[in-house]
Ligand binder design. Structure first.
Ligand SMILES: Cc1cc2nc3c(=O)[nH]c(=O)nc-3n(C[C@H](O)[C@H](O)[C@H](O)COP(=O)(O)O)c2cc1C
Length: 370
């Protein structure tokens, strides 16, 4: 039987650009924004297998796909191969094109249940988990993982080979260990070693904020594609920049993109205050790179409605036009390493934006009940 390349099967180009699943961020208004600027594949944020099996309404709400999304992936994590397999069997009946298994989430309450990067110390469970997922669906199954638990117990090659042996279509490696925070540089050499150790495609992830970061990642590691995470927050144009090298953004396009995102937000969530509060982080991130942005940021932080946010965007762009501003150049200033240390969770509203792994927290409570 001739095996079709997974990129071809999903209609992806060579060297695809993926938007990572991002907890509390990757709803369809944000995903659509990234797709409109050139993301080849986007994902629903990490979903807990246990919560799915307990039919958590909140979890099923997170799985919504917009009718305009031509392709969509979903990401799952679970405490055992059996649970992941059963959850993937449910996802198989839903409207997704590919499923990724999260083996990288470092959050304490997630790893405590054996989920996320909690699996990394057990390559046999990595193998069994991928295998169970592959047996449960015809969709391409992939896995995203880190270089290991910490720098003294790195096992990226063993884990990568377990993922491949389990039947995965590709893998994504985030070039840090579970113990590393964003202040630690991405280990491109570690990514290169993973790429060299397997035959299936490998995506590189970590610290891609501008074209030169992507070029360096590909040149050093030879990866088959890239997965973008923090770099896309407020900058969906990163996808077009990675393709054509042009980092500048026209003010008209910027305004139109924000107004479009606000409209999608409203059609999904209505005019409830929560919709506006969840939008604040995006607007704060979108505001990066323009001069005189402080009053806009302060007003956004207090915006109580999407209509109010729309007015702020229009007012801000009007002000820029009056000052003769027509575009913004790269939001990344030179090659400074400090851009890599940025942790977006400080811009997120803890009570409304689900934090990374909050859904798995719900899982923990469910599992304590049984
Ligand atoms: C707010 C936020 C949410 C995240 N949620 C997920 C997630 O649901 N699944 C996942 O695999 N990684 C998640 N990550 C990790 C990123 O996908 C990525 O691996 C990490 O940020 C390194 O890439 P970067 O340096 O390009 O940001 C999240 C990161 C952030 C900042």
């Amino acid at each position: 039987m001739v095996k079709i390349h997974p990129f071809e099967r999903l209609g992806l180009p060579s060297s695809p650009l993926l938007l990572a699943p991002l907890a509390g961020v990757s709803d369809h208004p944000f995903r659509r924004s990234c797709t409109s600027k050139g993301a080849d594949l986007t994902y629903v944020e990490m979903i807990s297998a246990t919560a799915m099996l307990y039919e958590s309404k909140r979890t099923f709400d997170m799985l919504k796909r917009h009718e305009s999304e031509a392709i969509l992936g979903v990401q799952i994590t679970g405490p055992s191969a059996d649970q992941v397999g059963r959850a993937v069997a449910i996802l198989d009946k839903m409207n997704f094109d590919t499923v990724d298994i999260n083996m990288g989430c470092p959050v304490k309450k997630v790893v405590k249940t054996g989920c996320g990067s909690g699996i990394l110390r057990d390559p046999e469970r990595v193998f069994q988990t991928v295998k169970a997922a592959v047996e449960a669906t015809d969709m391409p199954v992939t896995a995203k993982f880190r270089l290991g638990w910490d720098k003294t117990t790195r096992n990226e090659i063993e884990v990568a080979q377990a993922i491949e042996a389990g039947g995965a279509a590709w893998m994504t490696i985030h070039g840090r260990t579970r113990a590393d925070d964003y202040g630690i540089p991405v280990d491109l050499e570690g990514i290169r070693r993973v790429k060299a150790a397997v035959t299936i495609p490998v995506f590189g992830n970590g610290n891609i904020f501008q074209k030169s970061d992507a070029d360096r990642m590909i040149a050093v590691t030879g990866v088959d594609g890239l997965m973008v995470s923090r770099g896309a927050l407020g900058n969906p144009w990163l996808f077009s920049e990675l393709r054509d090298g042009d980092a500048s953004v026209e003010l008209d396009d910027w305004e139109e993109t924000l107004l479009q995102h606000l409209e999608w937000q409203q059609s999904e969530y209505g005019e409830a205050i929560g919709a506006a509060v969840c939008m604040r982080k995006h607007l704060l991130w979108y505001a990066k790179g323009w001069n005189g942005v402080k009053p806009f940021r302060e007003a956004v932080n207090a915006a109580g409605s999407l209509a109010g946010a729309r007015d702020l965007v229009r007012e801000f762009t009007r002000g820029l036009r009056e000052r003769g501003v027509t575009h913004r150049s790269s939001i990344v200033q030179g090659e400074s390493e400090t851009r890599f240390a940025w942790d977006p969770k400080y811009d997120m509203d803890r009570s409304l934006d689900r934090g990374v792994g909050d859904d798995a927290m719900e899982t923990l409570q469910v599992s304590e009940m049984v």
